[in-house]
Design a protein around this ligand. Structure first.
Ligand code: WT7
Length: 651
């Protein structure tokens, strides 16, 4: 791993503003105390957070049961996620939040809804009763395939109320990808909408559900929200309208008292094989992790409007649009559409319109806005902002500085948060009242999180040498497994180093111990902050009958971080034309979804392979990036292949 080295020579540093520190939920003193407590005895530290930040029906008997690599947190404790996110803000000591906005929502066409805690509580109870009346029982999985509308949050919370784990499939995934996830999770019910608004038009969701269900018969019921009013076919006996079911539903539903380790949700993510993994999260540990990190990192106050721009279909949306904010009684904003519709200033106009105080987004979006020009943010009053965050990929220092100056007006601290679908919540991050930031660094591990960098031998890498990012102790929000595949869970995350979590990222630490994340070291690409496995795209390509072989690599891209490049060798006699490229792009969209569509396709007669037949991705990566190959090519089977690849046309 010697090539992951101190590549960045960033020396700028920004100290926390004393005025911010003074009012921070976690000031320097708290953080120093918690760091010490977390390092000395992390279960005890997390137990304090679980007690202070959540309401439990029954206290736990044991904080942590750790039989590597299987962890159980707050063993014997009972709680309910929807109770923590809703009931305790409408009754008892938190009742002052009854009529506070829980969700501020804006649709892409400009329609708006502000939902108070009392209303959200009522809607969630009603929908929980609907789920029961439609036959969903505790432990049964429900797939949600929905646009960014309040009903998605309502459906999630209703699932948690009765203990039915949800599995959300991002609305941009195709019918085929949806079918795979429904089958893998063994879901009896799908909740969807007719469609959602994107770039000014309604995109179909129900149609994709129909296509997916034509390939599987395990789903018994489909509940459909009316959003776009586009034409849909309702299958008698199977499909029902949300509004019809809600009409007579009772607004009273007691929360199920669930075991701390009861499955909360499954979320599929890409790995280094073709098949996506169902990451399993459970109740008590996950909620402790996201509630605590949200309060500390985003410094939430009752009067704040908080906006995380992620789609709920990704982990960021689960943890920091819905569960973290609502468990803290915060006002969380949701926006349905694309950032630049109807104009390049939509996001900035939303910040001004709703008076957003805390804003959390992805570097890829920041880079897009840099390119669109400063006049768009400058045209709006962004003075309500007091804290900014980033997530999903490393942020280049230039983009960080732009965010700091043009959006934050040099007033707002920036929290760069490193974490993963698997970690459940934020792991490495700045704390706005306590930690000095450096552009491009996620700074330090959160208290109670033991992150480190190892070399190949499992020794702590010595700065400035880089290595592999690991977590040495279990943490409450950690994944509990891969749905239905304990073997893969062990191999993927726990086989590189003994009893140590392997994250799959390369990183290094500077002299002050700050983490600099360099990106994935496996065959996973990070496209606009979303993970796509190279193997997944390859399997999609070779499933086309005119493709003999395909290899997929990422190449650096100014906006999306990484762009997908596919090397394809067509079946003999196929016309390697631009039209065929379009066909293949459409094919990948159909198999996986538009996010996996290759930016570039290059045709080739053969792929560079080792004598043992392994595709030499390293070489292809160099070719894709237009670099001369630096690496060793002595095992290359056929040298002429590489030369031909270089000559091959680009788009
Ligand atoms: C991968 C996880 C959980 C957030 C959304 C992505 C990369 C995430 C950062 C950051 C550098 C980051 C890593 C990680 N990543 N945040 N602040 N700095 N890299 O979730 O799809 O599970 O992807 O995103 O490579 O392994 P995900």
């Amino acid at each position: 791993m010697s090539d992951i080295e101190s590549l960045l020579k960033e020396t700028r540093s920004f100290k926390p503003d004393p005025a911010f520190s003074k009012q921070a939920n976690w000031n320097k003193k708290t953080v120093a105390e918690f760091r010490k407590a977390g390092a000395q005895n992390s279960p005890r530290f997390w137990a304090k957070q679980a007690k202070d930040n959540l309401t439990w029906f029954t206290p736990w008997k044991k904080v942590l049961d750790w039989k590597p690599p299987f962890a159980k947190w707050f063993v014997g404790g009972k709680l309910n996620v929807s109770y923590n996110c809703l009931d305790r803000h409408v009754e008892g000591p938190g009742a002052h939040r009854r009529n506070k906005a829980a969700i501020i929502w804006e649709g892409e066409p400009g329609d708006t809804r502000v939902i108070t805690y009392a209303e959200l509580h009522r809607e969630v109870c009603k929908f929980a009763n609907v789920l029961k009346s439609q036959g969903v029982k505790k432990g049964e999985r429900v797939v949600l395939y929905m646009p960014m509308i309040p009903e998605l949050a309502i459906a999630m919370l209703a699932c948690t109320r009765i203990g039915a784990p949800h599995s959300i499939v991002f609305g941009g995934f195709s019918a085929d990808a949806l079918r795979d996830r429904i089958d893998d999770a063994g879901a009896k019910m799908v909740i969807t909408a007719d469609g959602g608004f994107r770039k000014g038009a309604g995109f179909p969701l129900k149609k994709a559900v129909d296509d997916a269900l034509s390939m599987t018969d395990i789903v018994e019921k489909v509940i459909v929200v009316e959003r776009t009013k586009q034409d849909v076919t309702m299958k008698a006996g199977r499909d029902v309208w949300w509004h019809d079911l809600m009409e007579d539903a009772s607004p009273k539903c007691a929360p199920a008292k669930l075991d701390s380790e009861h499955p909360l949700f499954i979320l599929y993510t890409s790995g280094s094989t073709g098949k996506p993994k169902g990451i399993l999260h459970t109740t008590g540990g996950y909620l402790t992790h996201v509630t605590t990190t949200f309060k500390a990192i985003f410094d939430i106050k009752d009067e704040d409007v908080y906006w995380c721009t992620a789609d709920i279909g990704w982990i960021t949306g689960h943890s920091y649009v819905v569960y973290g904010p609502l468990a803290n009684g915060a006002t969380t904003m949701m926006y349905e559409g694309v950032p630049v519709h109807p104009g390049p200033d939509r996001w900035w106009s939303l910040i001004a319109k709703w008076g957003v105080n805390i804003f959390y987004t992805a570097p890829t979006a920041i880079r897009t806005f840099i390119r669109l020009g400063d006049e768009h943010p400058n045209a709006h009053d962004l003075s309500s902002l007091r804290l900014l965050g980033t997530v999903g990929e490393p942020i280049n220092p230039e983009a960080w500085m732009w965010y700091h100056k043009v959006i934050g007006k040099k007033r707002c601290p920036i929290v760069d948060t490193w974490w993963q679908t698997e970690t459940g919540g934020i792991m490495i991050t700045s704390l706005p009242g306590a930690v000095a930031t450096k552009p491009g660094s996620a700074t330090l591990a959160f208290p109670g999180i033991d992150a480190e960098i190892y070399d190949d031998d499992g020794e702590v890498a010595k700065p400035p040498n880089g290595g592999l990012l690991v977590v040495r102790k279990p943490w409450p929000g950690m994944l509990r497994g891969i749905w239905g595949d304990p073997k893969r869970y062990k191999e993927q995350y726990w086989s590189q180093y003994k009893d140590t979590y392997f994250a799959g990222d390369g990183a290094h630490r500077d002299k002050q111990g700050y983490f600099w994340i360099m990106g994935r070291i496996d065959d996973v690409m990070n496209i606009s902050g979303h993970r796509i496995g190279t193997m997944e795209v390859e399997s999609a390509l070779v499933s086309h009958h005119d493709v003999a072989e395909a290899a997929v690599v990422g190449r650096p891209d100014d906006i999306t971080g990484t762009a997908i490049v596919a090397f394809v060798s067509p079946v003999g006699g196929t016309d390697a034309s631009d039209k065929f490229k379009d066909t293949l792009r459409a094919h990948v969209s159909k198999e996986i979804g538009a996010i996996a569509r290759p930016a570039e396709i290059r045709f080739t007669d053969a792929l560079p392979k080792t004598r043992s037949g392994k595709i030499m991705r390293r070489l292809l990566r160099d070719v894709a990036a237009g670099k001369e190959s630096s690496g060793d090519t002595s095992t290359l089977e056929d040298f002429s292949v590489l030369a031909k690849l270089r000559e091959s046309d680009e788009d």
